[in-house]
Design a protein around this ligand. Structure first.
Ligand SMILES: [Zn+2]
Length: 91
């Protein structure tokens, strides 16, 4: 996980599409690097700004401290194995 500047972030993740991933089976806590707290991920509690190819989402910190790339780990594409934050940037 790395903290990136906004321009580094945009360069590294140029392909953010509309949020279409089905995340109904992905409910878990993740450690937020933006505010240092744990947040619970669900469609109701977390603002998802968009999808990034291969199980990644652009997610907003609920405390409005930044945005991060949240990666949903799976086993061979099936079976949710928890979240990993890949990169983040301050807003
Ligand atoms: Zn946070």
């Amino acid at each position: 996980m790395a903290k990136l500047s906004e321009s580094q972030f945009n360069t590294k993740y140029p392909r953010v599409g509309p949020h279409l991933l089905n995340t109904s089976l992905w409910n878990d806590f993740f450690k937020c690097p933006c505010c240092g707290k744990e947040h619970f991920f669900s469609e109701e509690t977390i603002d998802i700004a968009g999808d990034i190819p291969w199980n990644k989402m652009l997610v907003l910190c609920p405390e409005h401290k930044g945005v991060m790339v949240l990666y949903a780990k799976t086993f061979l594409g099936f079976g949710f194995k928890g979240f990993e934050v890949l990169d983040w940037t301050e807003l």
